[in-house]
Write a protein that binds this ligand. Structure first.
Ligand SMILES: [Fe+2]
Ligand SMILES: [Fe+2]
Length: 148
């Protein structure tokens, strides 16, 4: 839950919502429609699913048999949401950003992203990345060099 809340939402979603999306809007990307408003709405969905998962996890810990199905359903929300969300970022958002943003824009984004990473605590970002790598390795997935 900490990984999803802090690394996923407080750091990663925040980098997009507070810095990248507004910068794209300043450069002419429409705030409504796809991809920006769709991605923002999906971040909201993710926050809602996080609360469902939190409750389902606690119920499962209290009683594995009674909580099993709700936990599976709660995890399924993430399985359905994130591959499509990441696809939209990889194939719609990032190509648009590459066209719209200048070298100076990218440098200022990098600085803002570093501050967002520092905000979650010294070394926290690196340890969450290591946790993501460890979990991915356990299920046989390869992560890209940088997962932030
Ligand atoms: Fe996102
Ligand atoms: Fe993202």
């Amino acid at each position: 839950m900490q990984f999803i809340r802090i690394f996923g939402d407080q750091c990663h979603h925040n980098k997009e919502e507070s810095y990248l999306f507004p910068l794209l809007e300043e450069n002419g990307a429409p705030a409504t429609g796809c991809p920006l408003s769709t991605l923002r709405a999906e971040h909201q969905k993710s926050r809602h699913f996080t609360e469902i998962l939190s409750t389902a996890s606690a119920d499962y810990i209290a009683n594995h048999e009674a909580g099993r199905l709700a936990l599976i359903e709660a995890l399924q929300h993430f399985v359905e949401l994130y591959p499509e969300h990441i696809w939209k970022e990889e194939f719609l958002l990032f190509p648009m950003a590459r066209k719209m943003l200048s070298r100076k824009d990218l440098q200022s984004l990098l600085q803002q992203f570093s501050l967002a990473e520092a905000d979650i605590g010294e070394h926290a970002h690196a340890s969450y990345e290591a946790l993501a790598r460890d979990l991915a390795q356990r299920v046989g997935l390869d992560l890209p060099a940088h997962v932030a």
